[in-house]
Design a protein around this ligand. Sequence first.
Ligand code: NAP
Length: 244
Amino acid sequence: MTPVALITGASRGIGRAIALRLAREGYAVVLNYRQNEAAAEETAQILQALGADGMLCQADVTDEAAVREMVAAVEARYGHIDLLVNNAGIAEQALFTDLSAARWKRMLDVHVNGAFYAASAVLPGMIRRKSGAIINIASMWGETGGSCEVHYSTAKAALIGFTKALAKEVGPSGIRVNCVSPGAVDTDMMAGFSAEDKAALASDTPLGRLGKPEEIAAAVAFLASNDASFITGQILSPNGGLVI
Ligand code: NAP
């Protein structure tokens, strides 16, 4: 039976790289996105060229009903979801004292509530089948805290706690829950950084460069694979050594 992976935020960046990598590993890949239909279509076309099965699902992960509908549509088509990757994310740099409650809530809504809605929707099927895996994409800022990114750091730290607690709860049902916590990766998310800022981040990184989305996808593919069959509740940090 072809395994099925649902990846949130798979239109571009790290999510797209995860989708392509999992397709190469033999998964049917469900590409979720929020608004960038052109990018999502482009990802779907690349998948098609690889000969991979998959489907596109527009849904804002902050909309619980939309997430439930998306999961129901995937289960109706494939009958099962074997892997959920909670990858959808937004970033914003702001002084803490400038943050409105609305911006604070939006950041937690996308990362934390979005992961909660998606995990809640896929878990009943996984628990019934006593198998499955969930991988949450956190960030090094969730491990260390980032200045001018208090809301983002808080959301990502929450995802790390979510990973550990959920892993304990659903492990007895044969479900593994892990976290990938990247360092600085060159995607649209870093578009707000100047060339100088990126160069500074690269030089602060022991491996001397930013990460590539494919390097994050490789960590996800490992944690999803049978090679990681005894790994749950763990944080894998592909960050070039920036956080050790
Ligand atoms: P990106 O290039 O900006 O892509 C973000 C993706 O998330 C897009 O597919 C976007 O969909 C989707 N998305 C955003 N809000 C959404 C929502 N409410 N519902 C559904 N999808 C939504 O970002 P990225 O760099 O690939 O980041 C992917 C993940 O890695 C994020 O969780 C991010 O926090 C984490 N991360 C990134 C870095 C980095 O340096 N890049 C480092 C550590 C962790 P649309 O295309 O439709 O907008």
